[in-house]
Structures are given as C-alpha cells and as structure tokens.
Design a protein around this ligand. Structure first.
Ligand SMILES: NC(=O)c1ccc[n+]([C@@H]2O[C@H](COP(=O)([O-])OP(=O)(O)OC[C@H]3O[C@@H](n4cnc5c(N)ncnc54)[C@H](OP(=O)(O)O)[C@@H]3O)[C@@H](O)[C@H]2O)c1
Length: 303
C-alpha cells in the first residue's frame, strides 16, 4: 500500500491528512520509488491554501509534493537504465508526500552514496531554480551579485553556485542568518528600508547583477542598485517584473541540470541544509514553511 498526505479542501495546514491507496504499478518507461524523503516548497503551501486555485485547480483528495529521494522498488517492462535497489531522486509533480511514487524513468537522477536522502530531496527544485537563474543572468567571474532572500532554499544554492563561478556575492537576510550567509561565502546585509545604502557600503564596487527570491520592495530596490535591468531577475514576482522592466528567470529544469548540482553536493562543494521533519509532522512542516523565515530547506523524512 501507498500512504500519501492529501487534502479534501483548500485551507490551513491542518487540512492535510494521511490516506492509504493501492500501490501503482509502473507502466512502460516508468519506475516506482519507495520515498525516503520529500522536499517542502513555498509552492506547496500556496497550492494547499487555495492561493493558486484560479489557475491550478485541485482534484480532491489532492496529493502534494514535487520532490523526492528514495529507492527504486519496481521498474516498467522496458526500463533498462534502473533496477530495484537503485538510490535516486527527482521531481514528481503533486504526489511526492507519499511512501511511494511512480515517475517516468527519464526524469530520475541517481543519488550518489555520499549524499543522504534528506539532503538529496532538498536539492531537487531549489538547486535547479538557482542554477537556471544564474545561467539566465550570465553570472560569472568579475560580477558582484546581490541575492535577495539568500538564506532560503533557492538563495542558499544561488550564493554558493555564484561563488563557484567566481562572483562576489552580497546576500540579504535577517540578522539571525548573517553568520549562516558568511559560512556560505556571502557578505550579509539586512533586508528592509535603506537596503540600497547598506549594499553600497558592503560592496567594494558596482553591483552588476541581482537575483530576487522574495519579491515586493526588493524589486524596486534592485533597480536602484543594479544599472542594467536585463541583469535583474526574479523567480517570484512576475507583475512587478513587468512593471519595472526586469526579467523573470525561472527556466531550465532538466535531469541534466539536477545531475550537475547533485555532483557538486556529492563532492561537498554545495550544501543545502535540510530542516528535517518526521513525515507524520507534515502539518508542522507546513506551518514552518508558512512563516516565510528560516534557513536552508524543509524536508519530510519517511525513513
Ligand atoms: N524553491 C523553488 O524551486 C522555487 C522556484 C520558483 C519560485 N520560487 C519562489 O521563490 C521564493 C523563495 O523560495 P525558497 O524556496 O527559497 O523559500 P524559503 O526557503 O522559504 O526562503 C524564505 C527566505 O526568505 C527570507 N525572507 C523573508 N522575508 C524577507 C524579506 N523581506 N527580504 C528578504 N528575504 C526575506 C527568509 O530569511 P530570514 O529567515 O532571514 O527572514 C528566508 O530565508 C518563494 O516565493 C517561492 O515560491 C521557488
């Protein structure tokens, strides 16, 4: 049997409950994975609350969760690249908070032995989002990059990938997360009113590029800080992006991109610290995600 976290109506975290259903058999081109850990995203709480219902309807009882790491349990008739026992990770749209998922084999990435399951599940979406955004903004050596919400899951990865590319990085966070940002290689500054002046005094020269992972005021502030609007990107706020003539940079997810960041993590060159919750505490994990604060990445641990 598969146990999954589901909900029957949009609402607060406690609309989530556990339901049992028969295991799905993998069809041609598919594998069934026994899930060891699943990532929790801001997307999940927005979808569960109903904030996205106008353009993304639910089918009740609705499953949730887009990121998993686990062990292949069964493979479809024509799947040769994976076999039972392989440790893997990947995307599984709206179903990963579960003991089992069935996914296309073509989307599955192997998990290196040096990466534990929670750390692997943490990487699936945030690391690809950060990597794709830095590509779109052409971040490289010689740049000074401002990352808004640098202590969050996307920000944590963006800071480290930008440092690996040779950029100087300034990151915004609350003071409680400033030592954390320093440990990632970023110069921390507090977000809020007066940010452009604080960034100017933290930077040795011009800030050449900005990545926004919070939206709102951060976008207008970015236009005061970075001269070239083509080098200001947001992953959050499409409306303000259009208003200010900056870019939306949410593209480029693929198993190849995920494999690249997983390889960095396996070598210890990239970390995304999991804030782990036991699977039975999915409601608490959603309450934590809803605060909009904290560092690293929330992960549910099934095993
Ligand atoms: N995860 C993805 O793959 C993905 C993909 C596309 C879009 N997005 C969107 O990108 C956003 C960030 O996602 P995430 O997964 O990185 O979120 P997250 O892990 O929940 O991070 C939230 C971070 O925001 C910081 N923060 C709160 N208020 C802030 C403010 N006013 N200014 C600057 N930082 C502030 C917090 O820092 P403090 O604790 O220090 O306050 C916290 O570290 C969400 O809106 C999400 O929907 C995410």
């Amino acid at each position: 049997m598969t146990t999954a976290a589901v909900f029957d109506r949009f609402g607060p975290p406690d609309v989530l409950y556990f339901a049992e259903m028969p295991d799905s058999e993998p069809g041609p081109g598919e594998v069934r994975v026994r899930v060891a850990a699943a990532g929790v995203q801001p997307f999940d709480v927005k979808f569960r609350s109903g904030a996205m219902s106008a353009f993304m309807p639910a089918t009740f009882p609705q499953r949730l969760g887009n990121e998993y790491a686990g062990t292949v349990e069964a493979v479809g008739p024509d799947v040769a690249e994976f076999s039972a026992g392989d440790e893997v990770l990947g995307s599984a749209m709206l179903c990963a908070y579960a003991t089992h998922v069935v996914v296309p084999a073509a989307t599955v990435v192997r998990k290196p032995a040096t990466l534990d399951f929670p750390s692997a599940a943490a990487l699936v979406a945030a690391s690809q989002t950060a990597s794709g955004a830095l590509d779109e903004l052409s971040v490289g050596a010689g740049d000074t990059l401002l990352v808004h919400a640098a202590a969050g899951s996307v920000g944590t990865v963006a800071v480290q990938l930008a440092r690996l590319r040779g950029a100087t990085v300034i990151g915004t966070a609350s003071p409680a997360n400033h030592d954390y940002l320093r440990s990632l290689g970023a110069i921390p500054v507090a977000y809020g009113d007066g940010l452009p002046a604080r960034v100017a005094s933290a930077a040795a020269g011009p800030v050449t590029v900005a990545l926004d992972a919070i939206g709102g005021d951060a976008i207008a502030q970015s236009t005061e800080i970075v001269a070239d609007r083509h080098r200001i990107g947001t992953i959050v706020d499409d409306r303000l992006a259009a208003e200010h003539g900056i870019r939306v940079v949410r593209a480029g997810r693929s198993p190849e991109r995920l494999s690249q960041v997983v390889a960095l993590a396996a070598r210890g060159e990239l970390v995304l610290p999991p804030r782990a919750y036991a699977w039975k505490d999915v409601v608490e994990a959603h309450r934590d995600q809803e605060t909009g604060h904290g560092r690293g990445k929330i992960v549910l641990v099934m095993e």
